[in-house]
Design a binder for this molecule. Structure first.
Ligand SMILES: *[C@@H]1O[C@H](CO)[C@@H](O)[C@H](O)[C@H]1NC(C)=O
Ligand SMILES: *[C@@H]1O[C@H](CO)[C@@H](O)[C@H](O)[C@H]1NC(C)=O
Ligand SMILES: *[C@@H]1O[C@H](CO)[C@@H](O)[C@H](O)[C@H]1NC(C)=O
Ligand SMILES: *[C@@H]1O[C@H](CO)[C@@H](O)[C@H](O)[C@H]1NC(C)=O
Length: 261
């Protein structure tokens, strides 16, 4: 493994069991220094320790909110951080995986939930994308013809609303609009922007309403046909960051084998 490790920035590592954390672990294993952003000090510290123990490089950057200024500030810290064996901290990949999980009947969607959705799905991603793109613009073109890869996690609700998704879908539609616009505007600068539609329950969602109706929690955990494994989603993110410039994906979708779509 070369001494200089590119930096991968991931926002939204949750409890450590989901998509963001699985992606952080895989990218660390593949030789990236991983910058972990979440709204909890405990969570980023726990994952940082775990990745280091496994021989990877990681550093946690907790934020108090996904406001424009907090996201911009934390990105500046990441750029200035002195990464072991990587003094230049060249950022080559970034993932926005945080999301306003504000499910619920429309009449119960409060102003607070709307604000949280706007911050997690519009304001934060705008600030994050700006900083990521500015970082990529300073990079040289790599052997695959790119300056950097910016990824977004989408959902079924990126494409379709449903009875409890007025806020969730509004946020996910916004992320998709941003992702597509950036892909078109910055492709010509060899910056790859892509989003992944997760069309189904993820293993970590087993306790929530996203578990398929009638599926007992235990079956949901053991039945690989009905839910997505975060480690498998992570492999797709890695695949996207390894595409060469002659055949880039803007959007792809993932669903478990037995999803009724
Ligand atoms: C990361 O994305 C997945 C898939 O949409 C979602 O279930 C999870 O809650 C996200 N993590 C955070 C911390 O928002
Ligand atoms: C809104 O939430 C309240 C309290 O949680 C609940 O009693 C009510 O049934 C909900 N309304 C709708 C339309 O879901
Ligand atoms: C929602 O955000 C607006 C604009 O920043 C603010 O004026 C308002 O007080 C916020 N509402 C709640 C309930 O937090
Ligand atoms: C829409 O919501 C209903 C009721 O919760 C659910 O049965 C159905 O599977 C949902 N459809 C999609 C496409 O998620």
């Amino acid at each position: 493994m070369s001494d200089v490790r590119p930096v991968f920035v991931v926002v939204g590592v949750g409890s450590g069991g989901g998509t963001g954390a699985a992606t952080a672990r895989l990218f660390a294993k593949e030789g990236y220094s991983v910058a972990l952003i979440a709204r909890s000090l405990d969570r980023v510290t726990k994952l940082e320790d775990e990745i280091k123990l496994a021989g990877g490089q990681a550093h946690g950057f907790p934020v108090s909110s996904y406001s424009y200024s907090d996201v911009t500030k934390v990105f500046q810290q990441i750029k200035q951080h002195s990464w072991p064996s990587n003094p230049k901290a060249e950022i080559r990949a970034a993932l926005w995986n945080a999301s306003g999980e504000n499910w619920g009947h429309f009449l119960n969607i409060t102003e607070e939930k709307i604000n949280d959705t706007v911050q997690s799905d519009i304001i934060g991603p705008f600030a994050f994308s700006r900083e990521a793109i500015l970082a990529f613009q300073a990079n040289t073109i790599d052997s695959l013809g790119r300056r950097g890869t910016l990824l977004f996690t989408g959902a079924t609700a990126s494409l379709r609303g449903n009875v409890t998704t007025s806020a969730f879908a509004a946020g996910k539609f916004a992320v998709r609009a941003l992702s597509q616009s950036l892909a078109k505007e910055f492709g010509k600068q060899n910056i790859h922007v892509a989003q992944v539609i997760i069309d189904g329950g993820i293993l970590t969602d087993y306790g929530t309403e996203r578990r398929p109706a009638g599926e007992a929690p235990e079956a949901y955990i053991t039945n690989e046909d009905v839910r997505l494994d975060p480690n498998s989603i992570a492999k797709t993110y890695l695949y996207l960051t390894n595409q060469d410039r002659s055949a880039w994906t803007w959007e792809l979708d993932l669903r478990p084998a037995h999803e009724k779509w």
